[in-house]
Design a protein around this ligand. Structure first.
Ligand SMILES: CC(C)(COP(=O)(O)OP(=O)(O)OC[C@H]1O[C@@H](n2cnc3c(N)ncnc32)[C@H](O)[C@@H]1OP(=O)(O)O)[C@@H](O)C(=O)NCCC(=O)NCCS
Length: 175
C-alpha cells in the first residue's frame, strides 16, 4: 500500500520498504549519518516485521522510516531524508505517516531517541508534540567518544489521525 505526499515540486510515494531497496537506502544512510547503519541492519528490520517505509520519487529513494511496535508502544528507530530533499516537508510527512500508523494499529505511546546536537530532528519532533522524558547517557557513538540520547515520547491519544498531508493515507484507512 502506498500514500502520496506532496513536496514543493514533486509527488513522493510513501510505500513499504523491500529488500530490493536496500542498496539505495544504505546509500542515503551513509551520506546522512557519521555512524550509519549498513544494509544488513535494514534487512533485519524488514525480516523482523518492523514498519519499514520508503519515500520513493520516480523510483529514487529519497527517505525512509523504521518503526517497531509492541506492548502498546511504538518506537521510531530511524527517520531520514536524502540531503538534497530536506527542508521540503518530506520528513514531517513521513513522521506524520508513522504517527498515524502507530495510532491506527492500537498503540498508545510512541518513543524515539535523538542526539542533543541534531537540531533539525529535535525541532521536527517537538513540533509534532514529542516531549523529552529522559536521557540515555553515552547512547550514541560520536567522534572522540559518546553522545547522550534524549528520549522523547508522544501520547498517541493526543495525535489526530488524518493531518492535511496525510489525506491520501486517511482515504486508505477508510476504504
Ligand atoms: C531530521 C530530518 C529527517 C528532517 O527532514 P526534512 O524533510 O528536512 O524536514 P522537514 O522539511 O519536513 O521539516 C520539518 C521540521 O523540521 C525542523 N527542521 C528541518 N530542517 C531544519 C533545519 N535545517 N534547521 C532547523 N529545523 C529544521 C523544523 O521544525 C521543520 O518545520 P518547519 O518547516 O515548519 O520549520 C532530516 O534533516 C534528516 O534526514 N537528517 C539526517 C538524518 C537524521 O538526523 N535523522 C533523525 C535521526 S534522530
Amino acid at each position: 500500500m502506498s500514500a502520496a505526499l506532496e513536496t514543493q515540486s514533486a509527488a513522493i510515494i510513501n510505500r513499504r520498504m523491500t529488500e530490493d531497496d536496500l542498496v539505495d537506502v544504505a546509500a542515503v544512510e551513509a551520506e546522512s549519518y557519521m555512524f550509519p547503519w549498513n544494509a544488513g541492519v535494514f534487512r533485519e528490520c524488514i525480516r523482523a516485521g518492523y514498519c519499514c517505509r520508503v519515500l520513493d520519487r520516480d523510483g529514487e529513494i529519497v527517505g525512509y522510516g523504521i518503526m517497531a511496535t509492541g506492548a502498546g508502544e511504538a518506537h521510531v528507530l530511524n527517520v531520514c531524508v536524502r540531503a538534497d530533499q530536506r527542508g521540503l516537508s518530506a520528513g514531517r510527512g513521513l513522521m506524520e505517516w508513522l504517527l498515524d500508523e502507530a495510532r491506527g494499529t492500537g498503540n498508545s505511546w510512541i518513543f524515539l531517541e535523538v542526539r542533543p546536537s541534531n537540531r533539525p530532528a529535535l525541532l521536527l519532533y517537538q513540533s509534532l508534540g514529542f516531549t523529552q522524558v529522559g536521557i540515555r547517557r553515552g547512547y550514541y557513538q560520536a567522534i572522540g567518544g559518546r553522545e547522550d540520547a534524549l528520549v522523547h515520547r508522544l501520547d498517541l491519544n493526543d495525535w489526530l489521525i488524518g493531518r492535511p498531508s496525510h489525506r491520501a493515507n486517511d482515504r486508505r484507512r477508510k476504504s
